[in-house]
Each structure stands twice: as structure tokens, then as C-alpha cells.
Design a binder for this molecule. Sequence first.
Ligand SMILES: Cc1cc2nc3c(=O)[nH]c(=O)nc-3n(C[C@H](O)[C@H](O)[C@H](O)COP(=O)(O)OP(=O)(O)OC[C@H]3O[C@@H](n4cnc5c(N)ncnc54)[C@H](O)[C@@H]3O)c2cc1C
Length: 394
Amino acid sequence: MKKIDVNADLTGLVEKEFESLHSGGGRSSIRGGQSAADQALSNLNIAGYSKNRSEVLPLQSRGASQLSPYIRHNLLPLQRVWDHVAKAPFADREKYRDELLWQEYARHLYARIGKRLFNNLRFEQVWDKPGNGWPEGMACVDFATSELEEDGWLVNQSRMWLASHWTVRNEFGWLHGQEEMYRHLIDGSRAANLLGWQWTVGTGTGKPYGFARWQVEKRAPQLCGGCALKNRCPIEKFPNELSLDEAPFEGLLLSDPDLEATTGPTSVKENKSPTTVLLTIDSMGDADPALVANPHLPVVFIFNDGALRKLQLSSKRIYFYLETLQDLAKRRQLTVYLGDPYEFAQQNSVALTYAPVPSFAKFKNLAELHPYLWLRKPHAKSVRSFSAWRGKSA
Ligand SMILES: Cc1cc2nc3c(=O)[nH]c(=O)nc-3n(C[C@H](O)[C@H](O)[C@H](O)COP(=O)(O)OP(=O)(O)OC[C@H]3O[C@@H](n4cnc5c(N)ncnc54)[C@H](O)[C@@H]3O)c2cc1C
């Protein structure tokens, strides 16, 4: 285990300590940290959201809230954001809460089916064919990929363009496309990213989303005017409509044989007195239940160096985590390491909050395990579509 001084200059830290653990890509304009998250929430105004959430350009026309990096790491728990918009205009509030529920749905789906979400879910689609589905030259695709690479954040509309262009038009495997997007997104979560790709390319619904000039003219009209290919646009027409074959149906989508495992603990499980609170990437905020329950204990965060070496995430993500930890260190006694969090949890008495991700099963012998902050309690009924899931959970 190697100790990291998060109060040091972060640029030097990333260069020195994380040298072979990321794939470059600078720093995002979106700052990490509970203080930044609180500020973003207090600035939130969703009036006009239902009309403008899909606008891409001009920038000032965007209705998206850009809270996703904070929501993804539970700096802003979904319930807090849900409550915060209670007084917003009806249509905007309903639409916004609907999107928060999509986030919750992604978490429930991933918690239940785990790594199966890396395969075609309900319909067959090009899945693992290698290749780059975002060739350069089109102003719309270049704009979206440069936002992704430079800032690590995109509005939902541009994510759909990119996912569709990669697989539905260019017929490269969506698994590789989602990996490329995941490396850059500072809100990157397996649950939401895999769901987003599966729903766009049609494996979740049977209806691939077609991306054509029409959407660009509607959502970012200035791009086509300046495009070198404006008179021979390769996406002038929608891609051919495909009828996808049904994939072998996954029984787990229809019912959950082990709801307890999906949900995690519903009350605190105490085995012995903890001496440390361990935070994970899935719960880095001040509302983390293990953190709240143990206000006087020191806190530890461990960058999993083995996983980082393999994933080669963009440095934007590393900076976001370091900024978050630097901010936390102002309020709590915090030690940060590069090493193996599972080994640390085995060898120390840690209090930890459950996370609904497959890798959580690697944590053993926990001193204290706290429930996850669900917005809706998981149920054992169908999760094969958002509406099936929601109908049963609302
Ligand atoms: C191909 C693809 C990949 C995606 N990858 C991710 C990802 O890795 N991480 C991620 O958090 N979201 C992902 N999404 C969902 C969505 O695009 C982002 O959550 C949203 O664009 C974030 O911007 P925002 O905070 O301004 O969202 P807003 O529109 O302001 O919505 C508020 C919040 O609702 C949630 N939300 C909104 N739309 C969705 C959605 N379609 N699915 C799940 N949650 C949603 C997010 O938490 C978001 O912050 C992906 C979507 C697609 C199509």
C-alpha cells in the first residue's frame, strides 16, 4: 500500500503517483468534491428542463443539469436531488424526476443481473466486433468526441448520437464503444453506461435509435453549417431500419431469485467495533451512511491500483476523485492509499457502505456494513424495461 498526499499539488500527484494508471486526457472543467456538488445543487434551476434537456448547441440553450458526476458518486444521493426539485414547475419536475428514476433503474438492473449487462440483453446486435465507430471528419461527431475527450461529460442526446453512430450505422461492437466512452466520462458508471448503450443500439428494446442529420439540425444547428461534409453528409438519411432477433431471454430480468443479495443489507450489520470508515468510489459523499454513523472515526480511501492499471481511465476521472478527497480532507481525518481495498478491509476493522455492483462481493469480514442509499427499494418483479420496473416500484 502506498500513501498518497491529497493535499499536494494535484497535477504533480497525477504525473508522479498515477503515471501508468491512466490514459491521459487532462482535467475536466467540472470539479469534484462535496462542496462543488452542494454548490451545483444550490444553483440548480430546472425551469424549462422538459423542453430543453436534449439541446446540444448553443451551450446556453442546454437544459441538462450536469449533476451526473455528483449523482454517480453519491455526493448527491438521488433522494436529495429528488426533494430539491419539489417546487419546480410541474412538467419540468416530472420529467426531471423521471430521469432520476432512470438512474435508479440502471442501479437496480445492474445490482440484479451484474456482469450479464455486458452482453446483449434482450435482442441481438453487433456486440464485440473491434473497430473505431467514430471516424473523424463530420462536425457533429467530432464535436461530441472532443467534448467527451476534453471535458468528460456529454448531454444525453450526444451520448445517443455517438452510441448509435458507432454501432447502428458503422456496425462496430457496442461493448468497445461503451468502454471508450466509459474511460472518459467523469460520471462513468457501468450501470448507466451499459444501460445507455444497450437502449440506444436496440439490445434493450429491439428498436435501435437511428442518428441522422435531422437530429443535428434540430439540436445543434450551427454544426452542419460549418461542416466540411455539409454537401455530402454521410448521415443525410437515417440508417436502414433493422429488425433485431430476440436474444435468449434472460429469466433474471423477469424475477429476482435472491432479492436480499440484490438489495444488500436493509439495516446496519455489526460484527465488531470499526476503527476506520472505508469509502468506495460508489459512495464518496458526506451522506455516506458509514461516514455519518461514525463521525469520530478516521476515514480511508484506496485507489485500486490493479483495476486502474487495467482500465486506463482518463486522467479527468482521477482528478475528479482527488478533488473530492481533497475536499473531504478539510472535514475529516483522511488517509488515501494506492493499493487493494479488499485486502485492507480484510486486515482492518472497517465500516463500509454497501454498493450495488458485482465487485462488492470481494469485500469480506467487514466490521460494520451499512445499507445503500436507494431511492426506491429493489423489488423481485420484472426489470426487462423501465416501465415494467417502474410500474411495480412507484
Ligand atoms: C450511451 C449512453 C451512455 C450513458 N452513460 C452514462 C454514465 O456512464 N453515467 C451516467 O450517470 N449516465 C449515463 N447516461 C445517462 C445520461 O446520458 C446521463 O446521466 C446524463 O446525460 C447526465 O447529464 P445531466 O446530469 O445533465 O442529466 P439530467 O438530464 O440533468 O438528468 C438528471 C440526472 O438524472 C439521471 N439521468 C438522466 N438521464 C438518464 C439516463 N438516460 N439514464 C440514467 N440516468 C439518467 C442522471 O443521474 C442525471 O444526472 C448515458 C446515456 C447514454 C445514452
